[in-house]
Design a protein around this ligand. Structure first.
Ligand code: FE2
Ligand code: FE2
Length: 347
């Protein structure tokens, strides 16, 4: 990293004595002194060099150019806190107010006093160095905070996935069910034009839909044949069990997981469970997951069935449009029927 500081000088018109010569004597090789004949040339140079100090020699003739240059610096993201020293004859004291308004940092009277010039420049260079240290520290801290937040989020998402996996573990031959379910749910949410944050939430929460199955006894959950009416009622309790496990979480993902767990077996026509909700009384996240879950179950291999063809499964969704499923969610999913079919062919 280059530590050498750069001073930009834009001298005034003759006969005002320029301060370039004394500056060279004061700083020698420690500072790179760059003198520009016009304010435009100084602006162009900032493409390659960020000055540590800008010195403007002012006269009544060049005040408007100096103000333009100062405005340019103050409006620029990379230059806005560069100190600007306005060197001007004592007689031009009335030029000060507009310069202060635009953001000049300090004034120096001309003709200059060598000691005053030296002290003033050193103070302003020190100010610039300290500002850049503070800025670097702030950037570093911001980076640390950002990576800590990302790490926490990643860990939270991983925990959610593991939790969902645990929920599916004793159940059917689900393979990648929860991953596919998450992707399908996101796809539907996106096609419904839900905000990005909402799409993320649904994608992360969907895999927790069946977490309540961990509360269902083996002899019912794993029973190979048909369930009796009583066993069916017990099986249906996985919705409420899942909700009770997840509902009090501080995580918004888990809280949405609770909603999905409770409502993913509700049906649009009101014939579902556990609460026989209907239409838009069923939370949208659960209406979305219902479509994704049934579609994936139909198109996947299970111990008791071979996978349906995508076309068959999509036809089923269409048939259940407005009965089992929210018509909008079905339509959103059917928008992707071509890519879903080519996906199955590719597998
Ligand atoms: Fe379920
Ligand atoms: Fe499922």
């Amino acid at each position: 990293m280059e530590n050498r500081q750069h001073i930009f000088v834009v001298p005034g018109a003759s006969p005002v004595p320029t301060i370039t010569t004394p500056l060279s004597a004061i700083f020698g090789d420690h500072v790179n002194l760059l003198v520009f004949p016009t304010w435009r040339a100084a602006v162009d140079a900032t493409d390659n060099v960020i000055p540590s100090l800008l010195i403007l020699e002012l006269t009544t003739d060049n005040i408007s150019h100096s103000l333009s240059l100062l405005r340019f610096f103050r409006a620029s993201y990379k230059l806005h806190d560069v100190p600007v020293l306005a060197a001007m004859p004592e007689t031009s004291i009335d030029l000060r107010p507009p310069l202060v308004e635009v953001g000049v940092t300090d004034f120096l009277s001309l003709p200059y006093d060598a000691i005053e010039l030296k002290v003033r420049c050193q103070t302003l260079l020190r100010l610039n160095r300290q500002q850049s240290i503070i800025r670097d520290k702030a950037d570093w801290l911001e980076g640390r905070v950002r990576s800590a937040v990302k790490e926490t989020n990643d860990r939270e998402k991983e925990t959610l996935k593991l939790l969902a996996k645990a929920g599916e573990f004793r159940d059917e031959e689900t393979g990648n069910h929860i991953n596919r379910l998450a992707s399908y749910s996101r796809l539907i949410a996106q096609t419904l034009n839900l905000p990005r944050e909402q799409c993320n939430l649904i994608e992360q929460a969907a895999p927790m839909h069946d977490i309540g199955k961990i509360g269902i006894p083996d002899h019912i959950l794993l029973k190979p044949g048909r369930h009796t009416a009583q066993e069916k009622r017990l099986m249906q309790k996985h919705t409420v069990i899942g909700y009770n496990i997840l509902k009090d979480s501080k995580s918004k993902y888990v809280r949405m997981g609770a909603t999905i767990a409770l409502c993913h077996h509700e049906r649009f026509d009101g014939s579902g469970y556990p609460d026989r909700l209907s239409g838009t009384d069923i939370p949208l996240s659960a209406r979305i997951v219902a479509v994704a879950d049934v579609y994936d179950a139909l198109t996947s291999t299970r111990p008791y069935k071979t996978p349906w063809l995508v076309a068959q499964a999509l036809k089923y969704l269409e048939h259940e449009r407005g009965k089992h499923f929210d018509p909008d969610c079905v339509d959103a999913f059917l928008c992707h029927s071509v890519s879903l079919q080519s996906l199955q062919k590719a597998v």
